[in-house]
Design a binder for this molecule. Sequence first.
Ligand code: NDP
Length: 452
Amino acid sequence: MSFDYDLFVIGGGSGGVRAARVAAGEAGAKVALAEEDRYGGICVIRGCVPKKLMVFASEYSTMVDDAQAYGWDIQPGAFSWDRFKGKLHAELDRLEGIYRKLLANSGVDSFDARAKLADAHTVELSDGRRFTAKHILIATGGWPTVPEFPGSDLAITPNEIFNLETLPERILIVGGGYIASEFAGIMNGLGVKTTQFYRGPQILRGFDEEARNVIAEGMVEAGVDLRLNTNVVEMREEGGKIRVIDTDGKEQLFDKVMYATGRAPNADNLGLEELGIERGRGGAITVDEYSQTGVPSVYAIGDVTDRVNLTPVAIREGMAFVETVFKGNPTSPDHDLIPTAIFTQPEMGTVGLSEEEAREQEPIEVYAATFKPMQQSFAGRAQRVLMKLVVSKASRKVLGCHIVAPGAGEMIQLAGIAVKMGATKEDFDRTVAVHPTMSEELVTLKTPVRTA
Ligand code: NDP
């Protein structure tokens, strides 16, 4: 049977674009891709990239104070959201253009349309056109969700935050995950009076507890009004503002309320049910270790499969798919020991097991140092940093490395290599310190602070 394409990719985000490019460019496959919105997906258009640029923008406020402490005679000026936003969107347009060009240069046919599966080998576009393909790859990502409660329609989601007309004077951010905690820091840094509600006892559930505590303490120190064990009961519009009634019975007015309470896989109305493609927890597409669904010609990668929802993981899943299907080399994506950064202020970099997870697994030693870093302490800022290693007593391997510090994301990329290679505490110890730096603490931690 002959097909229009060897591969049809649905979704032009990081994972889909990479799979399409590599299948066409390296494996010589005839490839098409459909995207209903903008190319680049969550990461480029409304996630990692604009978020990180906003983190940079928000960090300048404290830099001016620090510069004064270092003897510079400069005065903080006002932040212009309009000026920043104009530049931000121009940059996103540029990046989207690059994504489109990369596809075209690899020989991928791209369609600006929504696509769904008509059968196991046919994709139907929203304009009615149909194409057949030997393989179909679903890489449609996820979408922010807001829980239902009275007034929930007044909330915005992280999708809208990059397009605000004006910066609010006062914002409430609900949630305690990556996005809520990152945006609490961003908004606070931009001079917005920022309150964050989290329903549990500490933000960033699932990460190392000691690290979470240092981050939360740093955020509060920086000015975020962090309210733990608190949730919204009701919201009402009042004179252009939003009145929020919370679980403590307190009422407050905010200009904006942003919900960052998780994302749902984008798997509705794709024709999956008609084909008998199974969906699991939260509606995610169920796949095997090669990202294959129950229908052999259909694969899925990235957030729509809800495995590890990170851009570089979606890219790895896409490349493993191409290896498996187009290069005759069955490869399953490696989801073990993934280093990651959370761009909170202070920032966190982490790889491997938290102290709590490691304790459940085997006897451990914990090495940790918290201190005020030289650059900030000289400027009179009190935020602490944390350098922490969780070590197996039996194998001496470093099971987890947790860093809370300026630049922690950059540091953990490199520490991640050592941990992934199976480095022991003694391997860290015999590495000479780079002095004076914050991360030198990782190779000079002498005695365990705890054993368990
Ligand atoms: P997360 O799933 O990380 O966090 C959701 C948060 O919302 C949790 O704190 C959760 O609480 C809370 N929550 C869920 N439901 C409710 C509710 N009904 N009422 C109140 N609170 C609620 O989602 P995010 O939206 O923060 O991020 C989505 C994904 O994006 C992440 O999983 C991550 O993989 C990715 N991401 C990665 C980044 C990075 O690498 N730096 C940055 C941003 C996003 P509880 O803990 O109690 O369940």
